[in-house]
Write a protein that binds this ligand. Structure first.
Ligand SMILES: Nc1ncnc2c1ncn2[C@@H]1O[C@H](COP(=O)(O)OP(=O)(O)OP(=O)(O)O)[C@@H](O)[C@H]1O
Ligand SMILES: [Mg+2]
Length: 226
């Protein structure tokens, strides 16, 4: 379970990122986070990944107290969280296979294990056959699927996707959302930040709405309203 208890993030000197957020997300949930530009969505993601220190309150992910996390515990927390962004963040000089493998290499995983895991996650995202291509030799939708494959290499309990379809057309958007639903149905908690009205309305899942850093809506089968 993820639990935010009265969490605030103030960026120095006094810019509010999020303010007094209290939120519980159960294992296996699919939660969309919506809100205007600047409402605190990415800040929420950064706090989950311990990319920014929390100013006030408590944040727990499973049995990890993110608020009290020590520097040397951060890599292990990040391995439990797969992250996907609008701009895929693939390395242009590495093939798709190498991009995905790299996330394992940096953790000291041996080649034999890498040779098992990479084809497995590429199969989940439907990229078998394209592993030898470079990012610029595949489509935007495929690049995002490669980024999702990379996010899955450590079998994370949580996948956070910050506007993953922001650069994609309607058809590719639909495919990425179907993929996120599939990953969720395999047991991973999914937190999706999105501006896409159609996506949120079609999902019919929990919707958390932020405004000026605060939670102003939390609906079980929510619709896009901001
Ligand atoms: N590094 C930073 N330093 C200072 N203020 C910041 C920083 N990052 C974000 N903020 C501020 O925190 C607030 C929330 O920003 P955040 O990036 O979380 O918004 P968002 O909901 O993700 O917006 P968008 O939809 O545009 O991505 C905004 O007012 C923003 O200006
Ligand atoms: Mg953002």
């Amino acid at each position: 379970m993820i639990e935010f208890k009265n969490v605030s993030k103030i960026y120095p000197p006094d810019f509010v990122g999020v303010k007094n957020i209290s939120l519980r997300i159960q294992d296996g949930e699919f939660v969309s986070v919506i809100g205007k530009s600047g409402s605190g969505k990415t800040t929420l993601v950064k706090l989950l990944m311990a990319e920014e220190p929390i100013s006030h309150g408590e944040l727990k992910i499973g049995d990890v107290e993110v608020t009290k996390i020590k520097r040397n515990e951060i890599p292990s927390l990040r391995r439990q969280i797969g992250a996907v962004f609008q701009d895929y963040k693939l390395l242009p000089r590495k093939t798709i296979f190498e991009n995905v493998a790299y996330a394992l290499e940096v953790c000291g995983i041996n080649n034999k294990r890498i040779g098992e895991i990479v084809p497995q996650v590429l199969r989940v995202v439907g990229l078998e056959g394209k592993e030898g291509r470079y990012p610029l030799q595949i489509s935007g939708g495929e690049q995002q699927r490669a980024a999702i494959a990379r996010a899955l290499v450590h079998s994370p309990k949580l996948l956070v996707a910050d506007e993953p379809t922001g650069n994609l057309d309607a058809l590719n958007t639909q495919e990425i959302i179907e993929l996120l639903k599939k990953i969720n149905s395999l047991g991973t908690t999914v937190l999706l930040v999105t501006h896409n009205r159609e996506v949120v309305n079609a999902l019919k899942k929990r919707v958390v709405t932020l405004d000026m850093g605060m939670v102003v809506g939390d609906a079980e089968h929510g619709r896009y309203k901001i």
